[in-house]
Design a protein. Structure first.
Length: 94
């Protein structure tokens, strides 16, 4: 979660620097701010994609555990499967 906060903060700070630089005519500050914002936004999209893919993995793992647990009568495995499915759903919808 700290990566998300860092990306968000850098995006806002970069956007503010860009706006201030454009408003006051400081092109170097505006360019630096735009680059900082773009880098933070790209890092956030990458983090979001990783979280989503982790969620898909947990969902699939959970479905397999649930099925195997159900077929073998292993209630513990079946419960872990349901928990992994729920975790996967949460991660995919963050």
């Amino acid at each position: 979660m700290t990566e998300r906060l860092s990306n968000t903060a850098n995006s806002y700070i970069g956007g503010a620097k860009q706006t201030i630089g454009q408003t006051l005519g400081f092109t170097d500050l505006a360019a630096d701010g735009a680059a900082q914002k773009a880098q933070a936004d790209a890092a956030q999209r990458l983090a979001d994609a990783k979280t989503h893919s982790d969620g898909v993995g947990h969902k699939v793992e959970g479905q397999a555990q649930t099925r195997v647990g159900s077929l073998t009568g292993d209630k513990s495995m079946e419960a872990r499967g349901h928990a992994n499915e729920a975790l996967g759903d949460i991660q995919r919808n963050v």
